[in-house]
Design a protein around this ligand. Structure first.
Ligand code: HEC
Ligand code: HEC
Ligand code: HEC
Length: 376
């Protein structure tokens, strides 16, 4: 005797196959009818809220599982905080600053991260800040391909829940002074709770070095190079999630003045904290490496020979290494100057990159020129 199942299956299968297309038609009709209220004021029913939260958490966990967290040093924190204050606090608020009501009324709400960051692992925080979240208003990192930069923000987010307000505020302000504005200034200039639009939050001044060795030294850099760098950030030819938003907010007619200012600025020297073989670095700088077809760095970087080439002597080792690794990974190659340097950087070994970064960080601009003149 044959089982009744195949016969029943044969009877119901055609109807079962109709369910998915019928579902799609009903869904399209519901969407088309306008019955769904998408107003942010309408909120989500509790079941939908839980469903979306589950989907988000699982998606972030799955997609961030391959992220490898490198050792994150505390020098990243001031840069992470300065960026957070300029680009994230507007939606998320910050220690000592509640979420602005305009952004608090987004749906989903941007949560205060000093409370929420502890719900995520460091790799997940990195992934969230790098990739953003679809359909929520949470943006992706604005420097395309600059995942290396996002670690400064992940380092900050990880510390944020245990950071007190004054520590956060000191980091966020960097070298900028926090004076309480006079009433007439408030009336005229508005209320910059912090001076978010200033370069001093990150870069050096006449009195202080840059807030972190991950921020380049600008004081005394060539004017032509500074101007070109600002233009390239502005038009998205040079990618950086830190600098592109700052440069986009500037006006073309201000760029030359800023380049003049930094070219003339006598910024104090930062003692180098970067380790590498100084002798190997010196040889590369002065003589290159014939085996690898690497020309001496100072044949192009020996200022004042070529004004459009940056000065490396006295620059931070962390920054020099980061840029050389960026070229090795195929970044910073959109301009003719960038491509010129890519050919050199891609021939260096990792040990040579460390060595030459440590060497240039250890000398002053004057030492660099003197050594070049006395070179064989
Ligand atoms: C335009 C507003 C906006 C800006 C700017 C913004 N975010 Fe968000 N962010 C959101 C919203 C909205 C969510 C909530 C998404 C959700 O709950 O599904 C979110 C979620 C997050 C989360 C997950 C928090 C959680 O527990 O749900 C992190 C981490 C985060 N943002 C970090 C950042 C960082 C870092 C920056 C700056 C680089 C930033 N955000 C800039 C709107 C913003
Ligand atoms: C949030 C921190 C931050 C702020 C604010 C900031 N910068 Fe920067 N700046 C950086 C970082 C980090 C880099 C390196 C970016 C990269 O990898 O390309 C940089 C790079 C630069 C460079 C290129 C230097 C080089 O050697 O190639 C110039 C020029 C520059 N900044 C000018 C400015 C000016 C002018 C302002 C103010 C209008 C400003 N920056 C505000 C962090 C900042
Ligand atoms: C053929 C000429 C040339 C040689 C040789 C050369 N460079 Fe460069 N380098 C450049 C140019 C041009 C730039 C500017 C690139 C840009 O604007 O994107 C640059 C930029 C750099 C930067 C980025 C600095 C900053 O402020 O962002 C570093 C780091 C660097 N070079 C390191 C080196 C090292 C180390 C060597 C030797 C191993 C070397 N360069 C040899 C032409 C050269």
């Amino acid at each position: 005797m044959s089982s009744p199942w195949p016969r029943r299956l044969r009877r119901w299968l055609p109807w079962a196959l109709l369910v998915p297309p019928a579902g799609i038609i009903v869904a399209v009709l519901v969407a088309w009818s306008g019955a769904i209220n998408i107003a942010a004021t309408a909120g989500h029913p509790a079941w939908l809220e839980s469903f979306l939260a589950l989907a988000m958490r699982s998606s972030v966990r799955a997609h961030s599982s391959a992220v490898k967290v490198p050792p994150l040093d505390t020098d990243l924190l001031p840069l992470g905080a300065a960026h957070f204050h300029g680009s994230c606090a507007i939606c998320h608020g910050a220690p000592g600053q509640p979420v602005n009501p305009t952004f608090a009324h987004m749906l989903p709400h941007p949560p205060p991260l000093q409370e929420h960051a502890s719900r995520w692992r460091t790799g997940e925080l990195y992934w969230l800040a790098f990739h953003g979240l679809q359909y929520t208003g949470m943006p992706a990192w604005s420097g395309a391909g600059r995942g290396d930069e996002v670690w400064a923000v992940a380092a900050l987010l990880r510390e944020l829940p245990s950071m007190d307000v004054s520590t956060y505020q000191a980091y966020a302000a960097g070298n900028a002074t926090l004076e309480t504005p006079e009433p007439h200034q408030l009336v005229q200039d508005g209320t910059p709770i912090f001076p978010t639009a200033t370069c001093d939050r990150c870069h050096g001044t006449a009195e202080a070095t840059a807030v972190s060795p991950y921020v380049p030294r600008l004081g005394g850099q060539s004017r032509a190079y500074l101007l070109r760098a600002l233009r390239e950030y502005r038009v998205d030819q040079r990618q950086s999630g830190f600098m592109e938003p700052v440069a986009a907010a500037l006006q073309e007619e201000n760029l030359a003045g800023l380049a003049d200012y930094y070219a003339a600025l006598a910024e104090p020297r930062q003692p180098s904290t970067f380790a590498g073989d100084l002798q190997m670095g010196r040889t590369l700088a002065l003589a290159g490496d014939a085996q690898r077809d690497v020309p001496p760095c100072l044949s192009c970087h020996g200022e004042p020979k070529r004004a459009d080439v940056p000065r490396l002597a006295g620059q931070s080792g962390q920054y020099l290494e980061q840029q050389l690794l960026l070229w090795q990974a195929g970044g910073r190659g959109q301009t003719s100057h960038g491509r010129l340097m890519a050919r050199v950087a891609q021939r260096l070994s990792i040990t040579q990159i460390k060595a030459v970064s440590a060497y240039f960080a250890s000398i002053s601009a004057e030492d660099g020129l003197a050594q070049m003149e006395s070179a064989p």
